[in-house]
Design a protein. Structure first.
Length: 277
């Protein structure tokens, strides 16, 4: 009886081992079968793996700091993201959530810091652009992609003066992005002196390439009260455009914004003087 029982157990064990799908190798292949993560779409601003990572300086804004991190490969921007954005209140967070992905995409597409502000997010856009430029400066990548055909043939000096008021627009100074004429030569950022006005300071920053002003922006504008901010929001984009179009400080004051215009022109002239233009 003992021998028969032993034989029966052995046969049962043998049949069990021959059943398909129960081997250790089969279990192991299922455990490692998760599909790889999908890669980010081209130009999305998402930071891909690999390449050199460069962290720009923090750029303070009225609603909080902005800080941009770039990934570069072979001298080109392959990814951009904001590691810090304004988050002091729900509205700032909402504005940043809408604007930052657009700014990320613009940075990758432009291959430079010459990007337009996002409408309704002027403060966030200005901070992003300043931090982006500092990251490019650190990487020695300012002007990368200038010869890739982007915006080539555009009319020189047609500055966009982006920065439509709304949202956290406040001063509405915008990015003052140049036309991207595709001219050769090194790109230089020149900061004019602060010009005091009755309602607050004005300070202009120029981007100069090939001996021409390719962009203008007000990094400071009157903001002492609601009316000052409203006036600046309307006037500064027009002044940005005028500075790029005129290639000088001989521009007209904006009607209804005399103090802001006068301060802008004084700061603009000092930036031109520093740039030797």
């Amino acid at each position: 009886m003992i021998a028969v029982a032993g034989t029966t157990s052995a046969v049962a064990l043998l049949l069990t081992l021959k059943q398909p799908g129960t081997t250790v190798a089969g279990a192991a292949s299922q455990a490692g079968g998760a599909p790889p993560a999908a890669s980010a779409p081209a130009g999305s601003g998402a930071v891909p793996a690999g390449g050199e990572t460069v962290l720009g300086d923090e750029a303070d804004t009225q609603f909080g700091p902005v800080q941009v991190e770039l990934t570069l490969s072979d001298g080109r921007i392959t990814g951009a993201r904001a590691v810090k954005v304004p988050s002091t209140d729900a509205n700032s967070r909402k504005i940043a959530a809408d604007a930052v992905p657009k700014l990320n995409q613009a940075a990758v597409a432009a291959q430079s810091g010459e990007i337009d502000a996002v409408s309704g997010a002027t403060y966030t856009s200005q901070g992003y652009i300043r931090s982006l430029q500092s990251a490019l400066d650190k990487a020695g990548a300012a002007g990368t992609g200038a010869g890739d055909g982007a915006e080539q043939g555009a009319t020189p000096g047609a500055g966009s003066g982006a920065g439509t008021p709304g949202g956290d627009a406040g001063t509405g100074s915008g990015s003052g992005s140049g036309s991207g004429s595709g001219e050769g030569g090194a790109t230089e950022s020149v900061l004019g002196d602060v010009a005091g006005t009755q309602y607050g300071d004005v300070q202009v920053r120029l981007t100069v390439s090939g001996g021409r002003v390719t962009a203008a922006e007000a990094v400071k504008a009157p903001s002492s009260d609601t009316n000052s901010r409203k006036i600046a929001a309307d006037a500064v984009p027009k002044l940005n455009q005028a500075a790029v179009a005129a290639q000088s400080a001989e521009i007209d004051a904006v009607s209804g914004a005399t103090y802001t215009s006068q301060g802008y022109i004084r700061s603009l002239q000092s930036a031109l003087d520093k740039a030797g233009l």
